[in-house]
Design a binder for this molecule. Structure first.
Ligand code: ATP
Length: 345
C-alpha cells in the first residue's frame, strides 16, 4: 500500500508538533523516521495510524483520502516499544486476538484462524511455542510475538514505534537483521520510529530525518551520511566537526589564513567535515591544534583537537589518526579535510 502524506500540520494547544510535513512512501518500502527526542516522529506515526488526526493536511492510502478514517478502517498493524502482550493469554491467543474480536461477518472461521496463527508463528520462528505465556518468553521472543500479532490482521501497513528500544544491544542487532529479512519476505509497507541512527541506516530503504516538527532530509543511508543536505543532518548523522570559514579568491580561509582547500563560492560559511575525511599534513596552509585526547574507537583511533580561538574558548574538532601510530597528548597536529561541505549563513 502506497502512503502519501501531504502538507501535514499537527498542533497541540497551538504548539506545532509537525509543520508542513510531506512524504511519499512507496508500496513495500521499509522507512525509518529518525530524529532527536521531540522532533515529531511518534506524532507522525500516530497520524498515519489514525490514532490522532492532523490539524491541516491530508493522508492518502493509495488513491484514497484516509485523513478521517478510523484505525480499523485503515487496517494498520502496530508494534510499540513496550510489547504490550496480553499477559493472561498464550502466544497463540495473543496472535489471534485481532481476528477473534472482529464482528462475526468479518471473522475468519476457527480453523482458518488457527492455520494463520501457526503460519505466523513459523514466520517469526517461534513454531512450537504457541502454548507459552508471555512471561515464559525472552524479550526478543515477546517482540516477535508482538510483530506476529500485528501481522495477523493482514494490515495494509505496519507501524513500529521504537520496536526494539527496550532490548539489550545484542538482541536488538539480531532482531534488526531478522526484521529486514521478514520485511523482504512479506513485502509489507513498514514505517518504524527510532532515535538510533545505526538502526535506521542499517535497516531502512530510506531514512526520514526529522527535527523540530519538520523533515530535514529523506534519502538512502548513503544519501544522508555522504550527502547531508543541511547543517542539522550533517551534525546529527555520524560524527562531524564544524568551523567558521570564509572563501576568498577561491581559497578557504580559517581565522584569515588559508587551510589548503579551495571552494568556488565566495563568502562566509560553516565548514563541516567528518573525522575520517582528513589527512595529516606537514604544511603551513592547514588546520592545526593541540591534541587533548586520543581514543580507540572500534577499528580506528580518534584524536580530539583544540584549535586556539584568540582568547575565546577553543574550537573542538575530532580527526581520525593512524591506528598504529598514536599521536602524543598535547602535541600539535596539522591536517586538512579531504571531503567537506560548506553551508552558507
Ligand atoms: P521521542 O523520541 O522523545 O519519542 P518524538 O520525536 O517521537 O520524540 P513526539 O512524541 O512526536 O516526538 O512529540 C513532538 C512534540 O509534540 C513534542 O514537543 C511533544 O512534547 C509534543 N506532543 C506530543 N504529543 C502531545 C500531546 N498529546 N499533547 C501536547 N503535546 C504533545
Amino acid at each position: 500500500m502506497e502512503v502519501t502524506i501531504s502538507n501535514i500540520r499537527k498542533e497541540f494547544d497551538r504548539f506545532p508538533a509537525l509543520n508542513d510535513v510531506s512524504l511519499k512512501i512507496a508500496s513495500g518500502e521499509l522507512i525509518a523516521l529518525l530524529g532527536p527526542s521531540g522532533s515529531g516522529k511518534t506524532t507522525l506515526l500516530r497520524l498515519i495510524a489514525g490514532l490522532d488526526f492532523p490539524t491541516d493536511g491530508k493522508i492518502f492510502f493509495g488513491e484514497e483520502d484516509a485523513s478521517h478514517r478510523s484505525v480499523q478502517e485503515r487496517n494498520v498493524g502496530f508494534v510499540f516499544q513496550h510489547y504490550a502482550l496480553f499477559r493472561h493469554m498464550t502466544v497463540a491467543e495473543n496472535i489471534s486476538f485481532g481476528l477473534k474480536v472482529r464482528p462475526s461477518s468479518a471473522r475468519p472461521p476457527k480453523a482458518e484462524i488457527r492455520r494463520r496463527v501457526l503460519e505466523l508463528l513459523d514466520m517469526v520462528q517461534l513454531g512450537g511455542l504457541e502454548k507459552r505465556y508471555p512471561h515464559q518468553l525472552s524479550g526478543g521472543q515477546r517482540q516477535r510475538v508482538a510483530l506476529a500479532r500485528a501481522m495477523a490482521i493482514e494490515p495494509h501497513i505496519l507501524l513500529l514505534d521504537e520496536p526494539f528500544g527496550a532490548l539489550d544491544a545484542k538482541v536488538r542487532k539480531e532482531l534488526r537483521r531478522w526484521l529486514r529479512e521478514f520485511h523482504d519476505r512479506t513485502g509489507h509497507t513498514t514505517v518504524f520510529v527510532t532515535h538510533d541512527q545505526e538502526e535506521a541506516l542499517e535497516l531502512a530503504d530510506r531514512v526520514v530525518v526529522m527535527s523540530q516538527g519538520r523533515i530535514e532530509q529523506v534519502g538512502s543511508a548513503d544519501d544522508v551520511y555522504d550527502r547531508p543536505g543541511s547543517p542539522f543532518v550533517f551534525s546529527f548523522i555520524g560524527e562531524s566537526s564544524q568551523l567558521p570559514i570564509e572563501v576568498k579568491g577561491g581559497t578557504v580561509l580559517f581565522q584569515g589564513q588559508p587551510i589548503g582547500i579551495s571552494e568556488a563560492e565566495e563568502g562566509a560559511g560553516e565548514l563541516f567535515f567528518r573525522p575520517e575525511d582528513v589527512v595529516l599534513v606537514d604544511a603551513p596552509d592547514a588546520l592545526f591544534g593541540k591534541v587533548t585526547a586520543c581514543r580507540r574507537l572500534a577499528g580506528t583511533r580518534i584524536a580530539e583537537i583544540d584549535i586556539a580561538n584568540d582568547g575565546h574558548a577553543p574550537y573542538h574538532v575530532e580527526v581520525e589518526v593512524p591506528l598504529h601510530a598514536p599521536v602524543e597528548l598535547r602535541s600539535e597536529l596539522r591536517f586538512r579535510p579531504t571531503r567537506w561541505k560548506i553551508f552558507r549563513k
